[in-house]
Design a protein around this ligand. Structure first.
Ligand code: TZP
Ligand code: MG
Length: 212
């Protein structure tokens, strides 16, 4: 399949808590300059997830961004999202492609160079790679990855590579090791002023790229 020529800077992955629901999180992150939003709502399914996805899609009238739904090919399809993000254990990439079509952006979580190459060979449009650092947000069977591993993955595939897992603004600089690397966070920007927090991540990535 043809490559889409994608390029991203910061993926804000949503959560819901006292600081805001998924849609409020997305809106604040977009105000801060995120160019990818991933709706990750493990507590929602069916219509509740779809309503949430549709609400985030409405933000497209105000912001330019790529909207990805985690796990649910159905919610991605019905909300007209740009694509879906799947883990190693989720429904297969080929299945997502069949349902969503060639233009959809399909992202796959990977933890090794082998997984990364397999995902891209199977048609992934971008890959997640991590966890880069220890994180309380998601338990993983994998130890934190080396920055050198991230570099090998970034050089070994032709698609954007989303570094993920325990990434703070301060750690961004060591991760932007290749032009196709971008970063994602769930908890790192979850503070009172999410817009400002996301702005710090975006600025950090842009500064690294500018100085390279
Ligand atoms: N996949 C690998 S690590 C992770 C996911 C979803 C959690 C990232 O969350 P945080 O809060 O940015 O460490
Ligand atoms: Mg999943």
């Amino acid at each position: 399949m043809e490559r889409k020529g994608l390029m991203f800077t910061f993926c804000a992955i949503t959560a819901a808590d006292a600081l805001g629901d998924h849609c409020q999180t997305a809106a604040s992150a977009l105000e801060g300059g995120a160019d990818m939003i991933q709706l990750r709502a493990k507590e929602l399914s069916g219509d509740d997830l779809l309503v949430c996805a549709k609400k985030i899609m409405e933000l497209k009238s105000r912001f330019r961004f790529t909207f990805i739904v985690n796990d649910s090919i159905e919610a991605a399809l019905k909300s007209n999202a740009d694509g879906v993000h799947l883990g190693q254990d989720d429904d297969g990439l080929e299945f997502a492609r069949d349902i969503l079509g060639p233009d959809a952006i399909v992202g796959i979580s990977t933890h090794t160079l082998q997984q990364a190459k397999s995902a891209v060979a199977a048609g992934a449009d971008y890959i997640g790679f991590g966890p880069m650092f220890a994180t309380m947000t998601k338990s993983s069977e994998y130890e934190p990855r080396e920055v050198g591993d991230l570099l090998k993955v970034a050089q070994g595939v032709e698609v954007p590579v989303c570094a993920i897992g325990g990434i703070s603004v301060a750690s961004v600089a060591q991760l932007i090791v290749a032009p196709n690397v971008f970063v994602a966070s769930i908890s790192g920007f979850r503070r009172e002023d999410m817009k400002a927090a996301v702005g710090e991540y975006v600025h950090a990535v842009e500064e690294c790229r500018r100085l390279k």
